[in-house]
Design a protein around this ligand. Structure first.
Ligand code: BTN
Length: 242
């Protein structure tokens, strides 16, 4: 696999996209020790000081319809959860659609960006940010965010964890390419789903309501039961098109 390592860069997602636009092969990985313009979802930033975390983005050239790309984010979420669980021995859960949670707090976020040509995928970049050795978080997010080091009580090595994430992702990705949906991963995902069997607030555009989360379906949509007993599928849509 081709690996582009940066001691410091703006954003590994931006770099992976550049590599993709320049023709880099499927599976190329961009990794940085530090990002000075790390990107989070919904236009937010992702604080990425040196040594604190894993900042990496994988470039994919999947042979599938653009509408299937959001499922790739869930494939990565399960892969990160499996890797953290295996290498660190901690219980790792997923907050739908793609935040990785340890002891109720977020340790990892995923940002997927896609480049399309009319109706096929040119490439997809899946960016993974894991809080590995962060010592403390700003007050505003300390309630919601944590690092592996804070949860384990000791520093954690980054490279074995990167290798493990890539291993699990390769295995899961191959299945996904074959099957074309998440049926093969649905049970594993739902077992890790922190919202499972809980009341959640659905924030759909122009439509906010309370519902009971059941689990994901084969498309990665969250199935919820509404007050009137109806079951509804909430679309993930966590992919931005650039
Ligand atoms: C989120 O908002 O939860 C997603 C955060 C994604 C952060 C990672 S760090 C590596 C990659 N490069 C970026 O600029 N963002 C992603």
């Amino acid at each position: 696999r081709e690996i582009a390592y940066f001691e410091e860069t703006d954003s590994t997602n931006t770099q992976a996209k550049k590599l993709g636009d320049a023709g880099a092969p499927h599976g190329t990985l961009a990794v940085a020790d530090k990002q000075c313009a790390g990107k989070g979802r919904r236009g937010r930033g992702w604080d990425s000081p040196s040594g604190s975390g894993i900042f990496m983005s994988i470039l994919l050239r999947p042979d599938m319809e653009p509408s299937k790309a959001p499922m790739l984010t869930l494939v990565m979420a399960v892969s990160v959860a499996q890797a953290v669980c295996e290498t660190e021995g901690v219980d790792t859960l997923i907050k739908w659609p793609n935040d990785i949670v340890v002891n109720g707090k977020k340790v990892c976020g995923i940002l997927t960006e896609m480049s399309t040509e009319v109706d096929f995928i040119n490439h997809v970049v899946i960016g993974v940010g894991i809080n590995v050795n962060t010592g403390a978080f700003p007050e505003e997010i300390a309630q919601k965010a944590t690092s592996l080091r804070l949860e384990m009580g000791h520093p954690v090595k980054r490279s074995p964890l990167i290798a493990s994430v890539m291993h699990f992702f390769e295995v899961n990705y191959e299945q996904f390419q074959k099957v074309g949906n998440l049926s093969f991963l649905q049970e594993t995902y739902n077992r890790m789903l922190v919202n499972r069997d809980r009341d959640v607030r659905i924030l759909a555009p122009g439509n906010e309501y309370n519902a009971h989360a059941i689990g994901i379906n084969e498309q990665g949509e969250l199935l919820v039961r509404r007050g009137d007993g109806r079951t509804e599928a909430v679309y993930s849509g966590e992919v931005s098109v650039r």
